[in-house]
Design a protein around this ligand. Structure first.
Ligand code: THU
Length: 308
């Protein structure tokens, strides 16, 4: 199947009513309001989400969508699978039990169409109101037409640069802490599975990468003591092997007053995280304190800076 391509733009919208008026005045057709719930599950590769859509007076529809990560090169947008789902409740329960839910995006979407360009006026739970433009390109298009139409609408709807949002709704919710409970669960499971017969100190670490995928690791000790490794090292190994590149959020858990990563692991985290990356220090019941990497590791060594 040929890759689907589109030209997209998302912007924050403080005044959806005037955006609607401007779009209608420009000749857009109103196709009514849809209620959409996207549930993202923890996939081993790429992303897996169940989209449930309801429209007044129509049967609800549900589709399971598996697709390549957006960051895995924009050109590779063709790898996706769509599966019609007759029983979304049962599928959600099964996937949640087997894989875990990462985040749920709920929105009301008013759909408008102008010259084949979809205009979405979205009210997203916990995020606010947005406008999206989506020009789906025919297979033989050089995208010139799509860019021209999106630019025209952008001017009509006054979507200035500072309102444009490059991230998806799931990423925005994750950045706001939506994955933290799931990361805590993963860290707890990893901690419970730690192999620490010598110290009897069990540590679990869970990491969210830049795409929203979650990874976990436990400490693994060895009868030859120096061969043991910390939970952070295990979790970072899982992140790298799972295709992640950056740490966006971390949970470090142990059943002690306040677990703090050892000095070596602060450096390990620093290889993949930024100074502002949140590190949640957790006990089995949940997060006890959240710090940034810069608080754990001030004046961090960075080979790129050092080599200048
Ligand atoms: N440990 C970790 O896994 N992470 C840390 O940041 C601190 C220490 C482990 C290593 C060893 O298996 C046990 O805790 C006791 O040091």
């Amino acid at each position: 199947m040929a890759p689907h391509r589109n030209v997209e733009l998302k912007a924050r919208d403080q005044d959806p009513e005037s955006t609607l008026r401007a779009a209608l005045a420009h000749g857009a057709q109103d196709h009514g309001v849809l209620q959409q719930v996207d549930t993202y599950f923890a996939a081993r590769e790429g992303r897996l989400k169940l989209r449930e859509e309801r429209r007044d007076g129509a049967e609800p529809e549900a589709t399971l969508i598996a697709y390549a990560r957006a960051d895995a090169a924009a050109a590779r947008t063709s790898a996706y699978h769509l599966v019609d789902v007759p029983d979304p409740g049962a599928l959600t329960a099964a996937l949640d039990a087997a894989l875990g839910t990462v985040v749920v995006v709920q929105k009301l979407r008013r759909l408008l169409l102008w010259e084949d360009v979809r205009i979405h006026l979205d009210e997203v739970q916990d995020l606010g109101t947005f406008v999206e433009l989506e020009a789906v390109a025919p297979a033989d298009s050089d995208l010139g037409d799509e860019h021209r139409k999106v630019a025209e609408l952008r001017a009509v709807l006054k979507l200035e640069d500072e309102r444009v949002e490059p991230r998806g709704y799931a990423a925005l919710l994750l950045a706001g802490g939506a994955a933290t409970p799931r990361l805590v669960d993963l860290a707890r499971t990893a901690m419970d599975r730690a192999y620490a017969p010598y110290s009897n100190f069990h540590v679990g670490v869970a990491l969210r990468d830049e795409t929203g995928a979650l990874h976990a690791g436990a400490n693994v000790e060895n009868g030859a003591y120096p061969q043991g490794n910390c939970a952070e090292a295990s979790a970072i190994g899982a992140l790298v092997a799972g295709g992640g590149h950056r740490i966006a959020e971390a949970v470090v858990m142990a059943d002690t007053a306040l677990i703090v990563p050892c000095g070596g692991c602060r450096q390990r985290l620093s290889e993949f995280a930024g100074p502002d990356t949140p590190i949640h220090l957790a006990g089995p019941e949940g997060v006890r304190r959240t710090v940034t990497l810069a608080e754990l590791l001030p004046l961090a060594f960075d080979l790129e800076d050092a080599a200048k």
